[in-house]
Design a protein around this ligand. Sequence first.
Ligand code: 5GP
Length: 362
Amino acid sequence: REWCVALSKVELHAHLNGSVRNSTLLELAKQLADKGHIVFEDVKDVIMKNGRSLPECFKLFDLFHILTTDHDTVTRIAKEVVEDFAAENVVYLEIRTTPKNNEAKGMTKRSYMNAVIKGIKAVEAVDVVLFDSNSRTNDTLTCTPTIELDGDTKKKRIYIRLLLSIDRRETTSAALDTVNLALEMKDQGVIGIDLSGNPVVGEWETYLPALQHAKELGIPITIHCGEVANRKEIQAVLDFCPQRLGHVCCLNDLEWKKLKSLMIPVEICLTSNVMTGGAPSLELHHFADLYNAKHPLSLCTDDSGLFSTSLSNEYYLVAATFGLSKPQLFRLAQEALQFIFADGNVKKSLKEVFRHAEKRLI
Ligand code: 5GP
């Protein structure tokens, strides 16, 4: 386990509000209970419950959003989430989050994202590199990695990029707003689009115009695919051919074949899939098949807070369940670099980070 923590890692599928610490959620729930808005004990039981079905998860997200959706709290959770991933030796992190309009809180999608960015920039424990129009030159110049050499006490560095999520409950117009916001904020670390939200809600045709628009603008896209056996949508998603796919649990033989022939990189979320029933068990998880087929993939947490996991734990589970050796785990972490949405400069820097890490770890 310690070795998996020490391993430099790349996280490509982490939802902001799913990665909040339980202790923070409980603190926020207490504050709301003190104001008489909720009953703390009821909410506490829900937050601390172990094992959740997929529908239960989405109910819980509605609760999380009540607790977290004001500007200051969004800033706080963004800061904490980055700190937590950095503590796990994640060297590149793509955080995805759904920009939210909330009139009662004076919140627009843009102001929500500004609050997220404020939180990321407030991190002091590690050196954060988030692309920013004001530090564009700086960002490029500092792309030489700060590598933790033996005995070197230099601050750790984490590269962060943001993906804007379209929630399946949204209208075509709201989804288009999110894509336009991503374009507007591309100099502030926003780098891609995600389609997520309750998979039994909404229709592919509703989001397609926004996804098509993102494609035309050259914005990379990742899509939650096959969390439930919706044949028509799985087919449509594969035909759309996004840059990456999340989950891919419920594919039939033909879809499986198509995915493999398209070589679309897959964000694998072991704990999440087993907990929510997308995979029958760790042993029977489709990771093994994709890994053996040398399909491009990357291990991810999905919702580290909600599922009480960490990226180090996901690597450990792969070692413990499928018998991967340390060099194999290292390659798995290193190969995820190929699928990041950030540009060549960042990739180059991270390759250096892994080159040094290899000497230390293997
Ligand atoms: P947020 O976007 O609010 O930062 O993160 C929480 C949201 O991410 C949820 O409301 C949901 O839309 C999405 N999400 C988190 N985990 C999952 C998942 O496992 N599957 C799907 N489809 N969506 C998820």
